[in-house]
Design a protein around this ligand. Structure first.
Ligand SMILES: Cc1cc2nc3c(=O)[nH]c(=O)nc-3n(C[C@H](O)[C@H](O)[C@H](O)COP(=O)(O)OP(=O)(O)OC[C@H]3O[C@@H](n4cnc5c(N)ncnc54)[C@H](O)[C@@H]3O)c2cc1C
Length: 446
C-alpha cells in the first residue's frame, strides 16, 4: 500500500468519526474567514462525510452576506480553478435552483410531477416524533437535534432526513420542506424545496434512498442506525417507497426534544439589536417605531436593506442615501422562522446602520417608499413582488444567465459553462470586472 494512499485514508477515517457543527457569527468578517478557510484540495474526497471539508457558507450566501462571485474571486486568487472543480460544481447547483425558481415561480411549491406514489398516499403533517427527535432511528434523531442546536445540517444529513420523512414515514415532501426551511439559518426556497422534490422523486426520476450501511460509512457511531427500519437492502427500501404502508416509530423511544417555536414575527430580543426599537413594534401591531414613515424618505434616495441582502453597500452608493431596513410581513406568514434565524438576520441588519427599520405589510412599505426620490437595493425572489417592482439590481451572479428553461442540472451546467475552462474566465466576464493580471491574461487567451 503506498504511503500517500494510506495518509489519505487515515484522513478519511478521522473525518468519519467527526461531525462538523459550525457556529455562525452574524458578521461579514466571519463569512470572509470561512471562504479563506475552504480546503479545495480535500473538498471532493471528503464532502460526503459529516466531518468532511465542506465550507458551511450557506447561511451567509442565503442572506447575502457574500455572493458567489466574491467567493469564486477569493478562491481564484490562490491559483487556477477549473470550473469542473467539485466546489464550483456545487455553487452551480445553487445557481441552477435559482434558475429553476425563475421559471417555475410559485410552481416550485407543488409536485413537479408525480412521485413513486400518488399525492394522496402521503400525510400532510410531520409527525411529532420526528419534530421531537424521538423516532428511535439515531441518524434521524441526531440530525433533528443538530438542526435545532445549530440551524445548519450537512448536505448528507439533509438527504437522509428528507428521505426518511417521505419514503419511510410517507409524509408529503412539502410538510418536511416547510418545517426544515424555518429551522435552517440558510433556508432558501429554491435550494430547499427543490432538493426535497429531488429526494421525493417528484423532481427527479427516482426516489433517493439510503440505508444503515450508508450512514455507517459517512457518519460517526452515535448516528449509526443498525437494527432500525433503515437497516435493510436498497431493494427492500425501494419496495417500501413504492408501497402505501406508513412505517410508524417504535412505541417507546425516549423523551425527545422540544421543537423550537417558529415565529411569524421577529422576537423582541432580536429586534433589540436595533436599539431604537424597544418593544413589539412590528407589523403595525405595536408602537409606531417600526411603522413606515413617509416623511422620513420624502424626496430622498433610499437603499433597501432586507433579509436577503446583508452585504456591505456597493461603493458607488452615495453617502447621503438613506438606509431603510425592511421586514415585509407576508414573508413569514406562511413560512415562519426560528428565533435563532431571526437573531442571525436582525443582528446583521442592525449592524448595517439603517436610519429606520420598518416591519409592516408590503402594501404599507410600498406606499411609504413611493415618496422617495429613488429606491435602490439588491433583488431577491424571496421578496414580495410589489417591493421588487422598485427595479432593484439583480443579485450578482457568477454564471452567465441561461435563458432557456433547463429541466435538469446537467442541461443547465452544460449551457452555463459552455467553452469555459477556468473560473477566472467567468469572473472576467462579469460587469465591472478588472482586467486579469498580466500573468493570467496568457492563461485566458489559450
Ligand atoms: C433536503 C435538502 C434541503 C436543502 N435545503 C437547503 C437550503 O434551504 N438552503 C441551501 O442553501 N441549501 C440547501 N440544501 C443544499 C445543501 O445541503 C446546502 O447548500 C449545503 O449543505 C450547505 O453547506 P455548505 O455551505 O457547507 O456546502 P458546501 O458543500 O461547502 O457548498 C458550498 C455552497 O454551494 C451551494 N451548495 C452546495 N450543495 C448544494 C446543493 N446540493 N444544492 C444547492 N446548493 C448547494 C451552497 O450555497 C453551499 O453553501 C438542501 C439540500 C437538501 C438535500
Amino acid at each position: 500500500m503506498n504511503r500517500r494512499w494510506h495518509r489519505a485514508h487515515e484522513r478519511l477515517d478521522s473525518t468519519a468519526q467527526a461531525v462538523l457543527e459550525p457556529d455562525f457569527a452574524p458578521m461579514r468578517e466571519a463569512a470572509i474567514r470561512r471562504i479563506d478557510a475552504i480546503q479545495l484540495a480535500r473538498y471532493a474526497a471528503t464532502r460526503n462525510h459529516l466531518g468532511g471539508a465542506v465550507s458551511a457558507l450557506s447561511p451567509y450566501i442565503t442572506h447575502g452576506f457574500t455572493r458567489l462571485p466574491e467567493i469564486a474571486a477569493r478562491l481564484r486568487r490562490r491559483g487556477a480553478l477549473p470550473v469542473e472543480h467539485k466546489y464550483v460544481f456545487e455553487l452551480g447547483w445553487r445557481a441552477f435552483f435559482r434558475h429553476a425558481w425563475g421559471h417555475l415561480g410559485q410552481g416550485l411549491l407543488d409536485d413537479l410531477h408525480e412521485g413513486p406514489l400518488p399525492r394522496a398516499a402521503y400525510a400532510n403533517e410531520l409527525p411529532a416524533d420526528i419534530r421531537e427527535a424521538r423516532t428511535g432511528v439515531p441518524v434521524i434523531d441526531q440530525a433533528v437535534a443538530m438542526l435545532y442546536r445549530s440551524g445548519w445540517l450537512h448536505n448528507h444529513a439533509r438527504m437522509w432526513l428528507a428521505s426518511y420523512v417521505v419514503h419511510i414515514r410517507k409524509v408529503h415532501w412539502r410538510a418536511g420542506a416547510d418545517w426544515l426551511y424555518g429551522h435552517l439559518l440558510d433556508g432558501d426556497l429554491a435550494s430547499n424545496h427543490l432538493s426535497w422534490q429531488w429526494v421525493a422523486g417528484t423532481g427527479s426520476h427516482k426516489p433517493y434512498l439510503f440505508n444503515a450501511e450508508n450512514v455507517a460509512r459517512y457518519a460517526p457511531p452515535a448516528w449509526h442506525s443498525a437494527g432500525t427500519v433503515i437497516d435493510t437492502s436498497y431493494e427492500t427500501l425501494d419496495l417500501i417507497a413504492r408501497g402505501r404502508q406508513r412505517i410508524a416509530a417504535p412505541a417507546a423511544t425516549g423523551p425527545g426534544l422540544d421543537e423550537p417555536t417558529l415565529l411569524a414575527t421577529p422576537p423582541v430580543e432580536a429586534l433589540a439589536a436595533f436599539g431604537a426599537v424597544e418593544a413589539l413594534a412590528v407589523f403595525g401591531a405595536g408602537p409606531a417605531a417600526a411603522a413606515p414613515d413617509t416623511a422620513q424618505v420624502r424626496g430622498r434616495a433610499v437603499w433597501l436593506i432586507h433579509p436577503w441582502a446583508l452585504d456591505e453597500l456597493p461603493a458607488d452608493v452615495s453617502p447621503d442615501t438613506l438606509r431603510i431596513a425592511v421586514l415585509p410581513q407576508e414573508c413569514w406568514a406562511r413560512l415562519p422562522w426560528s428565533a435563532q434565524r431571526w437573531q442571525f438576520v436582525l443582528t446583521r441588519m442592525a449592524a448595517l446602520a439603517p436610519a429606520a427599520v420598518w416591519a409592516a405589510p408590503t402594501a404599507a412599505l410600498v406606499d411609504a417608499l413611493r415618496a422617495a426620490r429613488q429606491v435602490h437595493g439588491i433583488d431577491d425572489p424571496h421578496l414580495p413582488a410589489a417591493l421588487r417592482r422598485f427595479k432593484l439590481t439583480p443579485e450578482p451572479a457568477l454564471f452567465p444567465a441561461v435563458e432557456r428553461p433547463c429541466s435538469s442540472f446537467t442541461q443547465y451546467w452544460t449551457r452555463a459553462t459552455k467553452h469555459v475552462k477556468d473560473v477566472g474566465e467567468l469572473l472576467a466576464d462579469l460587469p465591472g470586472a478588472a482586467p486579469p493580471p498580466a500573468a493570467q491574461a496568457e492563461l485566458f487567451s489559450r
